[in-house]
Design a protein around this ligand. Structure first.
Ligand code: PAF
Length: 293
């Protein structure tokens, strides 16, 4: 999937929508004209990875809606909900330039009104890897994505493959709940150093940013080992964990899994995802690569 986000601004200006009722009205207008809708949910502080999602969204439907909502339910107590970078003016300018039709920015009270008590859980895949280190995180993600889908009612929704576990959880939820939304995964956008773009990269110093590129190198080393026929997954994981720890990372996990469902791969597996989560200073970095043999 190619990404060229240097598209010319659209002739029409972007609608900034704050309430669910205005969103429904806008979407209804488009639907009545027979137009299809692509949706890109975000938490803002947009970078080129998000703009790549928007660019692919424009190719997938007639209209593009982007949401910016820092979702409190996907942060555990003590995580960075309060500190999460919020840059609405910058984000709005970028999305307008990118030719987005509607920017939806609901308040926390609109998404979780007083008394709201329903959550969406996708057990199993939500409890491993990042789910083990961030209990309740994917419950919050699944809930907010389900709510946003109900608000926007898109034909397609686009998510970055950098959050491979999130994408897997959302695909499972959409299928299990018969949601009429096509989920499109968009490849990770990387800095020239190989570092995956992320809003949380803003937490790193220049030195940490330079060092963080080692994460991608560790994924590539594991990939080479698999390509060379090594099937001792535990040994590969251990080698890369030790290497990263030696470079000053606090590694949550380095894991080789089946790409489709994140289960432990058998020795004849051909469709892998290699995933890593590690902390460097204030930043918790995640990344992955997929490998089809
Ligand atoms: O990936 C993100 O930015 C968030 O987890 C999402 C999908 C917008 C839900 O809050």
């Amino acid at each position: 999937m190619k990404c060229n986000h240097l598209t010319l601004p659209s002739a029409q200006s972007m609608q900034i929508i704050k309430s669910i009722s205005s969103l429904r009205e806008t979407v209804r207008h488009w639907r009545v004209s027979g137009e299809t809708i692509a949706f890109v949910p975000t938490m803002g502080n947009l970078h080129d990875g998000h703009l790549c999602l928007v660019n692919n969204a424009k190719k997938s439907a007639d209209r593009v809606v982007v949401s910016i909502f820092v979702n409190p339910t996907q942060f555990s107590p003590g995580e960075d909900f309060g500190a999460y970078p919020r840059t609405p003016e910058n984000d709005t300018a970028k999305l307008e330039m990118a030719g987005v039709d509607g920017l939806f920015m609901p308040s926390v009270e609109a998404v979780y009104p007083e008394g709201s008590s329903t959550f969406v859980e996708v057990p199993g895949i939500s409890d491993v890897l990042c789910g083990k280190f961030r209990p309740g995180h994917f419950r919050g993600v699944a809930t907010v994505v389900c709510k946003l889908f109900n608000m926007v009612q898109p034909d397609v929704a686009l998510f970055g493959e950098k959050d491979w576990q999130q994408l897997t959880v959302i695909r499972r939820m959409t299928e299990d709940l018969n949601m009429p939304v096509q989920i499109i995964g968009v490849p990770t956008v990387r800095e020239p150093s190989g570092l995956a773009m992320s809003s949380r990269n803003a937490y790193m110093s220049a030195e940490e940013t330079r060092q963080a590129a080692i994460i991608y190198q560790s994924l590539l080393s594991a990939e080479s080992a698999l390509q060379a026929g090594n099937r001792d997954y535990t040994a590969i994981e251990q080698t890369q964990t030790e290497k990263l720890s030696g470079e000053g990372f606090r590694v949550d996990y380095f894991a080789i899994r089946r790409a489709n469902d994140l289960s432990e791969p058998a020795s004849d597996e051909r469709n892998f995802v290699i995933l890593v989560a590690a902390k460097l200073g204030r930043a918790r970095l995640i990344d992955n690569i997929r490998l089809n043999l």
